[in-house]
Design a protein around this ligand. Structure first.
Ligand SMILES: NC(=O)C1=CN([C@@H]2O[C@H](COP(=O)(O)OP(=O)(O)OC[C@H]3O[C@@H](n4cnc5c(N)ncnc54)[C@H](O)[C@@H]3O)[C@@H](O)[C@H]2O)C=CC1
Length: 297
């Protein structure tokens, strides 16, 4: 099976490349040959890859910067993925698109299910929601996987930031009143690959639509930081004390949902897939980062 993935060096694409097993070839397509901001580049790049499945993983992910770069965020997160889905449809192959918990406003008091009303709080969330709509409009048979709070051994993410800061600081203030599901990009990769196999091998039976795909269990950013430092300390790596602060004490240009929890039952029922417990996944990634010579490079 040949899987074309948008993006060359993101957390999710790098994880998919690492986790693709025997018999799976990943063609990572990014700038310059595939630029989501240049619609004309998309169909030719995908056609040249001759994929069996297309995974739309690339995005404009700078949530705070997006507040001042609305046009760029919408080009890359909405129009671009729409063109990716249209190109996949034209090639006659299924498309899996990655979306986000930021389509919700976080006011629900329970985990969000796929049918809950969307109400993004900022530009990034609005652009990703527009991307979901563009993908479904271009290919009503698309699979959209919403994830959240992604970390990995690759790229920039909260887990690596905590380990880096702990090298020079004894105590860190971390937000304790936003809750969500920390999600390992390596677990996302395993899930995306399993869905891709189903779409390729049994296209008529594989369920379509929107599914929530996050690590199992919930916690706050402060809980995540504490889990990172416990795992790191156990491996002889850097750690710091966590001072639990409120969102109001850590102002950011883009508002974040207070409740980011996504319910994974639909993915479990449709595909038999549930991601591992987030605390176990954090331990595995932190152990790997600490074992590297420069754990936070
Ligand atoms: N990082 C997170 O916490 C979350 C991410 N997501 C979604 O998961 C998906 C993967 O995210 P990550 O791997 O964490 O992102 P990342 O920021 O690590 O990687 C993004 C990738 O997109 C590529 N890209 C950006 N602009 C592009 C353009 N114009 N043309 C082609 N490629 C371009 C980048 O080069 C990079 O390879 C994205 O769709 C994102 O919206 C959803 C929820 C949370």
């Amino acid at each position: 099976m040949r899987i074309a993935v948008t993006g060359k060096a993101g957390q999710v694409v790098t994880s998919i490349i690492e986790r693709a097993g025997a018999g799976v070839e990943i063609i990572a397509l990014g700038r310059p040959e595939l630029d989501l901001g240049d619609l004309a580049s998309i169909a030719p790049a995908l056609a040249a890859a001759r994929p069996d499945v297309v995974v739309s993983a690339a995005a404009y992910t700078a949530v705070d910067r997006a507040e001042g770069e609305e046009e760029a965020a919408f080009a890359v997160n909405a129009a671009g993925p729409g063109a990716v889905a249209a190109a996949a449809r034209a090639l006659g192959v299924p498309v899996i698109h990655i979306s986000t918990d930021y389509v919700f406003d976080g006011t629900k008091t329970a985990p969000y299910v796929e049918s809950d009303p969307v109400a993004p709080l900022g530009v990034y969330g609005r652009s990703k929601l527009a991307g979901e709509e563009a993908v479904i409009a271009a290919d009503p048979d698309a699979v959209i996987l919403r994830t959240a709070w992604v970390y990995s051994p690759f790229g920039a993410n909260f887990v690596k930031t905590m380990l880096r800061l702990a090298q020079t600081r004894e105590e860190l203030g971390v937000v304790a009143d936003q809750i969500g599901n920390p999600t390992s990009a390596l677990d996302i990769a395993d899930t995306v690959l399993a869905v891709a196999h189903r779409l390729h091998s049994a296209p008529d039976e594989a369920p379509r639509g929107i599914f929530h795909m996050t690590g199992n269990g919930e916690g706050s950013w402060a809980d995540l930081a504490e889990a990172v430092f416990a795992a790191s300390a156990a491996q002889g790596g850097p750690w710091a004390r966590v001072r639990r602060i409120a969102t109001a004490d850590y102002p950011t240009p883009a508002a974040r949902p207070a409740n980011s929890r996504l319910c994974g039952d639909r993915l479990a029922e449709a595909y038999g897939l549930r991601l591992p417990a987030w605390r176990d996944a954090v331990k595995a990634t932190v152990a790997r980062l600490v074992a590297q010579k420069d754990p936070v490079a």
